[in-house]
Design a protein. Sequence first.
Length: 118
Amino acid sequence: MRKISRFLLIFLLLLLCGCGGKQTLPSVQTVERDGYMAILWEDRTYVPFCVVSKADCGAPVGCIDGNTEDIVSVYKDYPPEAWIANYLTVDGGAILYKEERVTVIPEGLEPEYVWNPQ
């Protein structure tokens, strides 16, 4: 009886720990614009804003064009409807993207690209 209980416990733990494999991220699309790449996610378009630390990137929300090494994530505690970050898993930096209709820029963020005038 003890062996059966141990077997069932191990089986349940393995099942709960994700034996089903890695969670797959939805693919987000990109579009080439006048010299830069914009990200299309849901019904929004995001344009590059500035370089940020990968350490400030939060939970992944997607991957670029199906590439699981090219991650799109939330940025700090900013709403993803306005701000997302993109990074390569093998890289140290990230690019912060602003939804193109956003006009209120959080304190401490400075645009680094001409298509984001302040």
